[in-house]
Each structure stands twice: as C-alpha cells, then as structure tokens.
Design a protein around this ligand. Sequence first.
Ligand code: UDX
Ligand code: UDX
Ligand code: ADP
Length: 470
Amino acid sequence: APVQVKKICCIGAGYVGGPTCAVIALKCPHITVTIVDLNQARVDAWNSKDFDLPIYEPGLVDVVKQARGRNLFFSTDVDKAIREADLIFVSVNTPTKKSGVGAGFAADLNYVESATRRIAAVATSDKIVVEKSTVPCRTAESMRTILEANSKPGTHFDILSNPEFLAEGTAITDLFSPDRVLIGSLQTESGQNASQALAAVYANWIPKERILTVGLWSSELSKLAANAMLAQRISSVNALSAICEATGANIDEVAHAVGFDSRIGPKFLRASVGFGGSCFQKDILNLVYLSESLHLPQVAAYWRQVVEMNEYQKSRFSKTVVDTLFNTITGKHIAVLGFAFKADTGDTRESASISLIRDFLSERAYVTIYDPKVEVAQIWQDLQEACPTTPLAQIQKYVNIVHSAAEACEQKEAIVIATEWKEFLDIDWQHVYDLMTKPAFVFDGRLLLDAEKLTKIGFTVKTIGRGGRV
Ligand code: UDX
Ligand code: UDX
Ligand code: ADP
C-alpha cells in the first residue's frame, strides 16, 4: 500500500523548489517540509527575519510567513534532511551545457547527478525520490541506476517524475490552482504506490481529476512538449507580427481573431520582442538534442526553428530602432524600460532586454535602464556576459542604471519598452515628450502602450506587429 508521506525534503531552494515546497507546506500542515540548498547565502535569505527572500514572486512572502517555523524549514544540512524524509524532491538547476558533448543544447546534469549520489550515500531507509527539475527524457532512469548501484542493503528507492508547470510572476496562484499535476512512475506495483503517495500529498488542495498519473517517460516528455508548444505559439505569432508590420495588418486584431477559434484558444498569443525565461529556450534545445540523439533530424530542425524565430524577432526589433532613428544610433541616448524577461519577476535569464541592449551597445549608443525589480548587480553581470570581450568599465561608460521610469526617460531620443511592467502605463508621457529631442520616438516591444494617445502628443510610435505609423 502507498506510504503516508510525513516528511518531505526538497533539494534546491531556487525558483522552482522554493515556491513549490513552500506551498506544499502551507497546504499540508501535517507534513514537515525542509528545503535545503548548498548555497548558504540563499538559505539565509529564505530564513531572513524581515522576509527578504532570495526571489521576488507575488504572494510568496505571505506563504512563507504562514508556514516558516511551523512545518516549513530552510537549511544547508542536506544530509540530515535526506535521512529524515520519506519523500525527496530533486529541484536543482539544469542549465544548458556550455562545453563538451551537446554544448549549447544538452542539459548539464551534473547537479542532478550529485544530488542523486548524495541521496544514495546518506539514505538509511526507503525513499521516494521525485525528479522536479526540468530534465531531458530518461533522466529518471539514470537517477534510478545511480540510486540502485549505490544503495545500502535494505533501502529501496522509487523514482517519480513530477514536472513543475508554474510560470514566474504567477507561481503562487499557479501552485494554488494548477491546470494539472503530472506524476510519472514505473508501472510496477511499487512505482504505482509511490505515485499514489505523492498524489495524496497534492490531493490536500487539488481536485483529484486534475492529478494525472502516467508513465515515467511520458511525464518527462510532457514537460518538454508543453514548453515547446507554448514557445511555438509565441514564435508563430511573432512571425505573423513581421508580416503585419510589412502590410499594415494589426497583430492584435489577427491574434484576437485567430484565438477566437476554440480549437486554438486566446491565451499565449501575445506578440512580443521575443520570449525569455529559464525554460523555453532550454527545453526546446533539449528537445532538439534529444531528437538528434534519436536520429530524427527533421524533428530536430522543426523545433530548432522556434528558437531561431525568437532570435530573429529580437534582432528585427533592434534593427527597427536603428532604422527608424535615421539608420544610426551611435552617440544617441536610448531609455530601455524593463530588464526582466517578463513582468512581475526580478528574473533576467534569457531576457530579450539583454539582447536589445547588447545590440544598442554594439552601435555605441548610450543606454539608460530602469526595471522595478531587477537588482543593479544582476544587470551588470548580464551585460558583462552578453559582451564578454568588452571590459565592464567600458560598458559602464555607455550604460546608466536608474531607479525610476521618469528618470530613465529624461532627455532621451528614444524610449524602448522591453518588459510589460504595468507601472509604465503611468508615465507622464506629455512631460517626457516635452523634454525629448524631436522627433521623439517610442518603441513598444510589448504591445503595452496606448499608441494613439502617444501619437496625439506628438511621438512617433513603433509597436511590434503594427504597420507604419499608428
Ligand atoms: C514557462 C511556462 O509557462 C511554465 O509552464 C513552465 O513551468 C516554465 O516556463 P515562465 O518562463 O516562467 O514559464 O513564463 P511565461 O509566462 O511562460 O513567459 C515566458 C516568456 O514568453 C516571457 O518572456 C514572456 O514575456 C513571453 N510571452 C509569453 C510572450 O512573449 N507572449 C505570450 O503570449 C506569452
Ligand atoms: C480546415 C479548418 O479546420 C477549417 O476551419 C477551414 O475552414 C478549412 O480547413 P478541414 O480541412 O475541412 O477544415 O478539416 P479539419 O478538421 O481541419 O482537418 C484537416 C486535416 O487535419 C484532416 O486531414 C484531419 O484528419 C487532420 N487533423 C485534424 C489531424 O491530423 N489531427 C487533428 O488533431 C486534427
Ligand atoms: P530553478 O529555476 O530550476 O529552481 P535555481 O538555479 O533557481 O534553478 O535553483 C537551483 C538551486 O539548487 C540552487 O540554489 C543551487 O544552489 C541548488 N543546488 C544545486 N545542486 C545542489 C545540491 N547537490 N544540493 C543542494 N542544493 C543544490
């Protein structure tokens, strides 16, 4: 029969493990949840008295306030938490490999492997080990092999795949009422019991019909597939936005009309300067790598095009800025509003903003950046990584980071919206316009602003997916 889970350990206190297991603790007061991480500073931040948490996520502080110290704990004592737990989430980072076989495509499974080896080394009782990080298909199988080869006599491990579908910025509401929870297991008696044990944890707040139990490999592939298909919708709508700009059609109208077809649906059809985030690109590149490893080159090429379209969209937008500013931005002053990969997060991984600013800097433009949530140090780090051959001091000669949108917009030749932060709607555009060199340009990469209103003030507005002057 399925065990009753009383103690959960989560290895990895990042964007996935932190919010997910904090919500489990909140919803399951009878389960003790310990989230562990090797990174002392990160754990300290999770434990900080004034709830200065290491990640920004709407609603997260409330959750941690309610559960921390009650049945939710953060610690660097990985071994102790492993030893005591019945169920262990492995929720460590799986970045794209930077060198070696599969560099640029395959996932770096180093962190997963060392966490798995740690579990095998210290566990003295049976464990359910849950793969929570996004990983390529068949990782669970490798984890199982490592655990079995290293387990002590009498300890039994069951492996589950339980991919996370939360989106940053809405993580807490996504976790409170997910569209579905997916649990993959081996179709053995022991595997199915483990699957039921985890399902029972989620059943504390999620309707049973939304908890899907499937095979191990279907579960792993579903995560890659869901992200690939979501990203594909954005690349599709972005490809159409290029046609709109060239023809005078309006991407808002097209997306609206297309999305009305119930077979297509209205969500995730918002044209943009390009998708970012830690998942989409990484997961598609994983799918590409997997397809190639399986000798399916046509399948690989199909998915690779989704990422190529995204690269094209980003460079197309920076080219629009240069072209519009009379074919040169050298020495011109550009405000970039937004640095995060989407609104309501401080996360900058793969943010389109980084590519835009890199392009502007390569033209030797002066760039002023404002983002309400991204740390200044993070911006410098990202720009240094984007321009590896330029010394930071040189980058800093051209880049200025400020603390309000109003300050960023002062006396610029062009203003670029790179992230759809709501507060950009409250900018005093008449005031901004009065101070700008004329003609004054606004480039909206997020379909955020009221272009008609700005045009009335006098701006020249270029919006993704809208032909000519609005
Ligand atoms: C994504 C998936 O949505 C989530 O299910 C998975 O678990 C992790 O990856 P996330 O990357 O956090 O989540 O955010 P998401 O809302 O999906 O946005 C990703 C990127 O696509 C952002 O840059 C966003 O601005 C962009 N986007 C999204 C668009 O450009 N247009 C859209 O219509 C939707
Ligand atoms: C299509 C559009 O659906 C319709 O809106 C448009 O006006 C005309 O083109 P139709 O070609 O008649 O309609 O049939 P549809 O049901 O869309 O099927 C097209 C093809 O796709 C068929 O061969 C069908 O078997 C296939 N298909 C459809 C799949 O292989 N899988 C699916 O999930 C759906
Ligand atoms: P994600 O977005 O997938 O959650 P993050 O990078 O935000 O990724 O978080 C992953 C966390 O996992 C990091 O804080 C990292 O320090 C932690 N981590 C990686 N390997 C181990 C390990 N072997 N033991 C404990 N924590 C680990």
